[in-house]
Design a protein around this ligand. Structure first.
Ligand code: NIG
Ligand code: MN
Ligand code: MN
Length: 329
């Protein structure tokens, strides 16, 4: 079975990195990522030990960039996230490749001329096609307006359309539930809540890492109205975070995970629009990612808010790359 990759604005570019040899044992991401081959359908690759692969573990991964900073611009933040997909690929490229699945790079959807909505629609269409052909999809954002673009694809996918209960788990210092006349990086989850309501579905939204001083009373009230589950940054000890995520996962069939890198402490993730004074420690965020990866419910994931202009020695991009690698294990 072959699959026609969806059309994007910028086709995948060659990946480069350190070369230790051609043998599989030397392989790094840049050598493994396919920019030409049509990725295979889910469940057809053999596991290394010869056991039949489980579809959830063996899905071929597809990376899709969303080069956008229009949402951050509209939200009065520090622009620069449009350069993030390239920076994330650069950080992934040298990592040793230990995954037991194929990875294809599909290229980028680019928001141009300030037309965020058109870009979100294009990404949604490409993403839905990738999901319905059995891929483990990864969107490399973009400001957090990436989340609404991801949602358009996820909600159009056959998994959600066939009635599977969708959960949206956001690792973020912010609710991003702003009620504004125009969409931005601060509005995606209220947009989703409205869309899910219009579709007659329950909106299941949980956030890990909320910073109380960085979300107004209005946002907490909106969260309460929408029955949003959240864990404050100061309450994110490993056990509590694990239990919180486990209880959310128990109530859903498929998960869309979105990582806003400002959930991490500013020392770990300085390259974002709104760095966190407190932040959730990386080992806790990493453990949540492992838990999600093991759940078998991960339908789609994205990483948002990287701003390479404010990064220090690529540390935010490297952290993000590490989390993506963990999520694809
Ligand atoms: N993506 C959203 N970001 C935050 C930005 C907060 C800030 O700039 O202080 C929000 O809108 O709440
Ligand atoms: Mn945030
Ligand atoms: Mn956010």
């Amino acid at each position: 079975m072959s699959f026609q990759l969806p059309t994007v604005d910028v086709p995948p570019q060659p990946w480069t990195g350190r070369f230790d040899g051609d043998e599989a044992a030397h392989r790094r991401w840049w050598q493994a990522v396919d920019i030409n081959r049509t990725p295979g359908p889910a469940g057809v690759e053999a596991a290394p030990d010869g056991e039949p692969a489980t579809p959830a573990a063996r899905k071929p991964a597809a990376l899709l960039g969303f080069a956008s900073d229009e949402g951050v611009r509209r939200n009065k933040g520090r622009v620069g996230a449009a350069a993030a997909p390239a920076a994330l690929r650069k950080a992934l490229a040298p990592l040793a490749f230990h995954l037991d699945r194929t990875v294809a790079d599909v290229g980028d959807v680019v928001v141009s001329g300030g037309d965020l909505e058109a870009g979100q629609e294009r990404l949604g269409l490409a993403l839905a096609a990738l999901l319905d052909s059995g891929h483990q999809t990864v969107v490399l954002g973009g400001g957090h307006e990436t989340a609404y673009a991801s949602y358009l694809g996820v909600s159009a996918s056959s998994a959600v359309q066939s009635g599977q209960r969708l959960g949206v788990l956001n690792l973020d210092a912010h609710f991003d539930l702003r009620d504004e006349p125009v969409a931005s990086s601060g509005t995606p989850f209220l947009q989703m809540a409205c869309a899910e309501g219009d579709a007659g579905r329950e909106f299941r939204y949980a956030v890990v890492g909320i910073s109380e001083p960085n979300n107004t009373r209005v946002l907490f009230d909106t969260a309460e109205k929408l029955a949003v589950r959240y864990l404050l940054d100061e309450d994110c000890e490993a056990d509590r975070a694990r239990d919180f995520v486990a209880s959310f996962l128990a109530d859903i069939d498929v998960l869309y995970l979105t990582i806003d890198l400002d959930v991490l402490p500013a020392a770990v993730a300085p390259g974002v629009s709104a760095p966190a004074a407190y932040g959730v420690p990386l080992p806790v965020i990493s453990a949540v990612c492992r838990q999600v990866a093991r759940s078998g419910k991960l339908l789609h994931l994205d990483v948002a808010e990287l701003n390479p202009e404010f990064d220090i020695d690529g540390r935010t991009a490297k952290t993000a790359a590490r989390l993506v690698d963990t999520l694809l294990r």
